[in-house]
Ligand binder design. Sequence first.
Ligand code: F0G
Length: 462
Amino acid sequence: MRFPAEPFRIKVVEPLKPTTREERTARLEEAGMNLFKVPADTIYIDLLTDSGTSAMSDRQWAALMVGDESYAGSRSFYRFESVIRDLFGYKHVIPTHQGRMAENLLFNAIVTPGAIVPNNIHFDTTRANAEQAGAKALDLVVPEGLDPSHRGLFKGNMDVPRLDRVLAENKGKVPVVMLTITNNSGGGQPVSFANARATADVCRKHKVPLFFDACRFAENCWFIQQREAGWSGKPVRQIAQELFALGDGCTMSAKKDGLVNIGGFLAMNDSQWAEKITQRLILVEGFSTYGGLAGRDLEAIAQGLTEVTDEHYLEFRIGQVRRLAEQLMDAGVPIIQPPGGHAVYLDARAIAPHIPPSQFPGQAIAVALYRDYGIRGVEIGSLMFGGPDPATGEEVVPALELVRLAIPRRVYTEAQLAYVGDSVIEVHRGATALKGLRITHGAPFLRHFTAALEEVPAAVPA
Ligand code: F0G
């Protein structure tokens, strides 16, 4: 068997409007070559993110109908709370409208000036929220986690000896240690159970709480079951319960493994932290039994969290990402190794070595995928992370130039992903003709969202 096929059948369809290369070229011109600014209905396959883009199940749609919209004490909150308590095991459950609000509330409650927050690798919003609260955000992933060609099985692991040193040298300054499962910013790579346990042991030794950034916990636990000695045959749900029992709490964007389009939460054991966070929640999100969500959203998340640990689903889901990666590898397209749980990352520097980082090779590839094939990925390279260093004014060149193709959950069929594979292979074959880009208009912060660019004419051979 080549693959487990879709473990679902399609009950509702959303027609996709075909567009021509000419139309997409016009939209690109209007958008200043910025794929955040093209209208989404000119896209055939949208791989910008796996966040908030999942297809809900029939049971989730049915759950929306039984949502209780009471302002306080909603029945839907109690279901949400009980599903999360059962799976995550933490005492207090605090709903938020998405993951970054959970981060914002947590860090503002516990960070004091001069604090340090270690993580394997902070996702952008986690880093930004820790830093705006006054902390220094430290990334302590194992060294192979930063090597795109290393084929390790758990490249999301925390460098535990380094963490031990950081905690020993900064006594009293670390309010929490975070562990992101899977490690999105490092290519969606998983953390092993043994590494999570070692991280928890070091945290306990130094009396520092451990929180999971649990966005993609089910995908991580699937990798543990498949790859780590001693776990094969254990249900993913049980692995998740045992994993969370190592920690003291979590933040979660339910837009990933909650299988919903909006929502998130915090969960924790510490009652004082929970009380402080709830007070702030009421100020900025809403009452403690809805936290910025409708009752029906809480129902959909509760249902999504019961579906996401289904192993037929996970086998298909992770298999879909792996098959796209294999199709590309077979054709010699350079990608980050090994493929992670939610996305395939193209190595843009290797695909278009003739385009210097200052001309955004990743963006050039992303533009070609949209213009020629109607596919949207996202550049994660010098457009997203480059720019002048605020201190020195010198141009920052990030270590990697990537294009992330994130796969939404339960949304695209195998045929559609095979089309993505064929298209990337074509772009790779014709890569020498790709043109670099230059910024014509830019914002000082998060410039990738708003910048306008134009193609740099190819150099005329002498
Ligand atoms: N943590 C991780 C690991 C994430 O990947 C994200 C979001 C968040 C926190 C924040 O959650 O968006 O609900 O506020 N990642 C998305 C992505 C945006 O495309 O990777 P949020």
